[in-house]
Design a binder for this molecule. Structure first.
Ligand code: SF4
Ligand code: SF4
Length: 91
């Protein structure tokens, strides 16, 4: 029988998840998400590499965010050299 793993809500304060965030839907944490301006975007892929959750992909030839994993930290928007990302409220 497979052992049940705790979700992030069950973890004690200060705990460090040791598993890949694939198993933790860190998108539950965030109140904001990135919005991409594809006119400004140069497809440099820096947002993909800076995202701590690996939530940004280029499968469609431009940046897309997987909201299951985006925790709304804003690092991508801060690091985008083209100013092509702004953070907006999730909802
Ligand atoms: S960092 Fe900015 S310019 Fe570069 S791919 Fe991402 S959104 Fe586009
Ligand atoms: S806001 Fe943070 S978690 Fe979400 S896509 Fe940008 S860098 Fe990744």
């Amino acid at each position: 029988m497979k052992e049940a793993k705790p979700g992030w809500r069950e973890l004690p304060f200060g705990a460090v998840p040791y598993k890949s965030s694939l198993e933790y839907h860190t998108g539950d944490w965030g109140v904001e998400r990135p919005e991409f301006d594809l006119e400004k975007c140069t497809r440099c892929t820096l947002c993909h590499f800076y995202c701590p959750e690996g939530a940004i992909s280029f499968d469609a030839g431009h940046p897309e965010v997987d909201l299951r994993y985006c925790k709304g930290c804003g690092i991508c928007a801060n690091e985008c050299p083209a100013g092509a990302i702004r953070m907006v409220r999730k909802g």
